[in-house]
Write a protein that binds this ligand. Structure first.
Ligand SMILES: Cc1ncc(COP(=O)(O)O)c(C=O)c1O
Length: 416
């Protein structure tokens, strides 16, 4: 057993005798990532709805074992080019073009892509290039914690813009600027199957956001890990599709959700001049992304592995989401409202009873064998105390039912 603290932070002010940089105070860490360590300290069975990780049974493990035998050659265990291994850049560019994941206008231009160490490094590069201390960064509310935390690590001032079922309320952003006269330097958004809410920004809102960004010359960091994992509904163009070759759009993508997070590979899709600066910035971070892993994924993509694998994921995640939505309705009738995403990994659940505090509920839930991420983790201001995020992607339908039963029990016990 363990302490149930999900606190991600050790504040620099806890050790005032050391000459920390001013930004050290803004290193708030990630409640999501801290949950991995927390859960490792429990020795009873826990159904994990917390981390946004693909199910272990959903990884292309057999393909990887075979391909590793071919590409884990000593020559591929040295330093690589910072922009990424050319074989991966080519294979990725071909895959994205053939699956319409980059606009036609950008096809044939691999100079926009840079292989990163996961989507997180893409976010870090974006905020590093565009945020100076004190700059205003607008993000969704709730938002992906690690995104807002990265902006804060560059001493951004965060502006939370509410989200509804059509994504970020761009009107609220416009109102803010009209009221204060201050536009954000950067807008951070996960427009498709948002983390944590699962919602997708409507087409009119996407157009309105682009027009806002052009008017104010705000950079949009379009973080899109889940867009390809649509299992129902009509697909919508990415912001980068609506405005091809737009230097104000900094696209962040990752292999973590459709291949495997432990590879730590992602990419950015940006204006070539921005990419040059990003290469310089990455050289002071980690020189290059893991080289053997890049060769592994390059070979897998070239063999056509992704197309069939993504189909398998979509079908499995559709079933898992339906199971989770139905389980919530069955076990929490009239007690909670939950979002109903057409793709991605997450449901956002809000208790109608505002006195339920999901941070306080968590220790009981963990004791009862179920993990989730409490709502306040997704708001720099600590809002959403009666909400929580559930990941439906990581568990089989049977385990999802089991986890929800345990959550039902925990809520009852906590209330008692
Ligand atoms: C919205 C969003 N952006 C970025 C990331 C980070 O991706 P990676 O694990 O590849 O660093 C995640 C992972 O959960 C995410 O959900």
């Amino acid at each position: 057993m363990s302490t149930t603290s999900m606190n991600a932070t050790t504040s620099s002010s806890q050790n005032p005798s050391l000459p920390f940089a001013s930004r050290a105070d803004q290193l708030v860490g990630s409640v999501i990532d801290a949950s991995t360590t927390l859960l490792a300290s429990y020795d009873h069975d826990i159904v994990k709805f917390g981390m946004g990780a693909p199910a272990p049974d959903m990884l292309p493990a057999k393909d990887f074992a075979r391909i590793a035998g071919e590409v884990f050659d000593p020559a591929n265990f040295t330093y690589g080019e910072t922009k990424g291994e050319p074989v991966l850049l080519d294979a990725l560019h071909d895959y994205l073009s053939s699956t319409n994941q980059i606009p036609v206008e950008q096809q044939g231009d691999p100079d926009r892509l840079l292989i990163t160490s996961g989507g997180m490094q893409g976010l870090d590069l974006g905020f590093k290039l565009f945020v100076s201390p004190g700059d205003l960064v607008a993000c969704e509310s709730p938002t992906y914690t690690n995104g807002s935390a990265t902006a804060m690590s560059y001493e951004a001032e965060i502006l939370e813009i509410p989200v509804d079922e059509d994504g970020m309320q761009v009107e609220a952003l416009e109102d803010h600027v009209a009221r204060t006269g201050r536009a954000p330097k950067v807008i951070y958004t996960v427009p498709t199957f948002q983390n944590p809410a699962g919602v997708t920004m409507s087409l009119p809102r996407r157009e309105r956001l682009l027009s806002f960004a052009h008017r104010h010359r705000s950079v949009i960091i379009e973080d899109n890990p889940y867009g390809m994992l649509r299992f129902s509904g009509e697909s919508l163009p990415a912001l980068s599709d609506l405005s091809p070759n737009d230097p104000l759009i900094f696209g962040v993508r990752t292999f973590s959700k459709f291949v495997a997070p432990g590879l730590r590979l992602g990419w950015i899709d940006v204006d070539p001049a921005v990419r040059e600066l990003a290469v310089n910035a990455k050289q002071t971070m980690d020189t290059c992304a893991p080289v053997p892993n890049q060769h592994l994924v390059a070979q897998w993509l070239s063999e056509g592995g992704a197309e069939s694998h993504v189909e398998v994921l979509r079908e499995a995640y559709r079933e898992r989401k339906l199971t989770m939505s139905a389980g919530l309705e069955r076990l929490f009738p009239g007690e909670v409202s939950a979002t109903d995403p057409d793709g991605g990994f997450f449901l956002w659940v809000t208790f109608d009873d505002e006195t339920i505090n999901t941070e306080e509920l968590l220790p009981t839930a963990l004791e009862d064998g179920v993990a989730y991420i409490p709502g306040p983790a997704f708001s720099p201001a600590g809002k959403f105390s009666n909400a929580l995020r559930l990941c439906f992607a990581s568990n089989t339908p049977e385990r999802i039912d089991e986890g929800l039963e345990r959550l039902r029990g925990a809520v009852g016990r906590h209330r008692a």
